[in-house]
Design a protein around this ligand. Structure first.
Ligand SMILES: *Cc1c(COP(=O)(O)O)cnc(C)c1O
Length: 413
């Protein structure tokens, strides 16, 4: 079970709150996040780095709810953003722009302007034309922009192909073999402070081997750059630590991972940056939904629930596994069924051929480990209003995003 989620007298709780109370009070589908879980994970990273110069930049794209961001702002976190919209959210949440790094392969001039105007810490840039644009816009404002090149270390993250980013064939980063040449050419840009290098090789890595391989390559790149007179001061090692979605899976220990990372860069005078997303929020959230109908087609059983692929696209997009458990254990036994949503697509499933509780219409179920890349990727497909989001704090809960209304669906049309 996810930390801070447990059955107490056959009812599923998040911290001190019975999830059925939230399902009834806020309606379904609804995402529920545990504040304690999010803070525990952030502190696990932060404490493992306490005596090392570092900045943890939570990857906003994993879960960008303002309530979640505010928690992390209070804890002292920085933020990794991939759009102007995410910068807007961080600033709304009271985040310190001086702790924001702007990543992503396709920043527009407007987004770069907005980031410069806000005074962000720096950019992770992925191409020479983008360096030129950042330089030109910084020059027009009369400021210096801190930039790291995102390097592609060419290691195989051995994760799902859609979330693997560190091979030469991927659109991300600049080829590590070309990085030195680019740093040298970039010296001609008068308004860039090229003080760092960065990488991010993929997501949902349960094995830290590929990350360590990448870090070795990055450290030797830093040494090569310094040898040719490029004064690299900081190393950004991205995100990528996976979480346990399936029984038997185990997420890597954050303290062990950080210790391994520290060992590689110890004594090199480098400021360390990391950009964890999923490992902070993934296990902190569930998606609650209500059973609408049971149905049998031939040999197959279906449980039709009120959450669909528009609410949680991960099973359809990545064939990902989420445990689905009842909010109340009533000893009725199990069935093997497809758990499907109401969306008119055969890809609209939350689980296939899964042994699940023998639920009845009206029962509530929790789709587990849904705190990362869940609500943020929700859509209005089939004109379905997006779900509400709830944050639990001890024995209190509050709605941190209201369920969309029908009017919201047509706003702007
Ligand atoms: C998505 C992303 C992250 C976060 O990855 P997780 O696997 O969620 O930790 C970090 N950095 C960059 C550049 C990203 O694109």
């Amino acid at each position: 079970m996810q930390p801070h989620f447990e059955y107490i007298q056959d009812a599923l709780y998040c911290e001190g709150v019975a999830l059925a109370d939230i399902a009834r009070g806020a309606g379904t589908p609804v995402y529920v996040y545990s504040a304690a879980s999010i803070l525990d994970r952030y502190h696990a990273y932060d404490e493992a780095l306490v005596d090392f110069p570092h900045l943890i930049c939570y990857a906003v794209k994993a879960n960008s709810n303002l309530g979640v961001l505010r928690l992390l702002v209070t804890a002292g976190s920085g933020f990794d953003i991939v759009s102007g919209g995410e910068l807007f959210r961080v600033l709304k949440a009271g985040g310190d722009p001086g702790k924001v790094v702007f990543s992503g392969v396709g920043k527009t001039a407007d987004e770069i302007e907005y980031a410069l105007e806000s005074g962000i810490h720096g950019f992770n840039s992925e191409s020479e034309p983008e360096l030129a644009l950042i330089d030109a816009l910084a020059s027009r404002r009369g400021v210096q922009a801190r930039v790291s090149l995102r390097v592609n270390p060419d290691v195989d993250a051995t994760t799902h192909p859609y979330i693997s980013t560190g091979l030469r064939e991927h659109k991300f980063g600049v080829d590590i073999r070309e990085a030195e040449g680019m740093y040298v050419r970039a010296r001609s840009f008068g308004n860039l402070l090229l003080e760092g290098v960065s990488c991010h090789i993929g997501s949902q890595l349960l094995n830290t081997g590929p990350l360590m391989q990448a870090f070795d390559k990055m450290v030797s790149l830093v040494e090569r750059l310094r040898a040719i007179g490029v004064p690299i001061k900081s190393l950004d090692l991205g995100g990528g630590i996976g979480v346990a979605y399936q029984p038997g899976e185990k997420m890597p220990s954050i303290p062990d991972f950080v210790a391994q990372m520290r060992e590689k860069i110890f004594g090199r005078g480098l400021h360390l940056m990391i950009e964890p997303g999923r490992s902070i929020v993934g296990e902190a959230g569930v998606l609650l939904s209500r059973v609408l109908y049971r149905k049998v087609n031939g040999e197959k059983q279906f449980v039709i629930v009120d959450a669909g692929m528009n609410d949680l696209i991960r099973p359809a997009l990545y064939q990902s596994h989420h445990e689905i458990i009842p909010l109340r254990l009533d000893g009725r036994g199990t069935i093997t069924a497809d758990i499907v949503g109401p969306v008119c697509e055969s890809g609209d499933f939350l689980a296939r051929d899964r042994e699940v509780a023998d639920v009845l219409p009206g029962d509530f179920m929790a789709v587990c480990t849904a705190g990362a890349y869940g609500f943020v990727a929700a859509s209005n497909y089939n004109s379905r209003p997006r779900a509400a989001e709830v944050l639990v704090h001890g024995d209190e809960w509050r709605i941190v995003r209201e369920r969309e209304s029908l009017e919201d669906l047509v706003r702007g049309e």
